[in-house]
Design a protein around this ligand. Sequence first.
Ligand SMILES: [Fe+2]
Ligand SMILES: [Fe+2]
Length: 221
Amino acid sequence: MTDPLLSPETAVRDIAAKLPGAAGIFRDADISFCCGGGLSLREAAAQAGLELAALTGRLQALIDRAAEDAPQDTQGLIGHIMERYHATHREELNFLVQLANRVEMVHGDHDEAPLGLTEALIALRDDLDAHMSKEESVLFPAILSGAGALLAEPLRVMNEEHTGTTDLLRRIEHVTHGLALPVGACGSWTALYTGLRKLCDDVVAHIHLEETILFPRALAA
Ligand SMILES: [Fe+2]
Ligand SMILES: [Fe+2]
């Protein structure tokens, strides 16, 4: 069955923000999900010369795979989220903030320079760090203690914070012109965009795992 997120009328911008791996599929097909991201899936497929059903099928396969990869037990799932995502985001963001700063300083007068990227990455690093710390010290222990429906309000707040994080990913996509490198980009600029692509994909996967698997499971406990 096709997920409701993949309705032909959903904006590609929303699919890229919520579905792990969708950004990569859109980039390969030259479908912009930043400034042109108001396009619906149906319009984007037509513009890229793709069959809507084929594009939807590839996206649905991503949803099916994301659910299969999640550890079945809650403790294992939380451990996986902390190790694979929380620790990795912290490490990568520290490195990427420095790299972005260097690229902005050296190439600031280039037409395609990612102006404002360092600021957006610092905001993402600080927001994510505060959010993940709350999950680690309060939310995850409460989930493991079986707090169940008592978690409805804290989980609503967490989902709201996820929306703020997604907005920052969109800002990064915007200031980097869709993470497209200019011709002749230097090694630092290239490494920066490669690292950002991975980070953005990881953040979408992390949020998806929490919102579609961990949080519903915690509420039902
Ligand atoms: Fe998290
Ligand atoms: Fe979270």
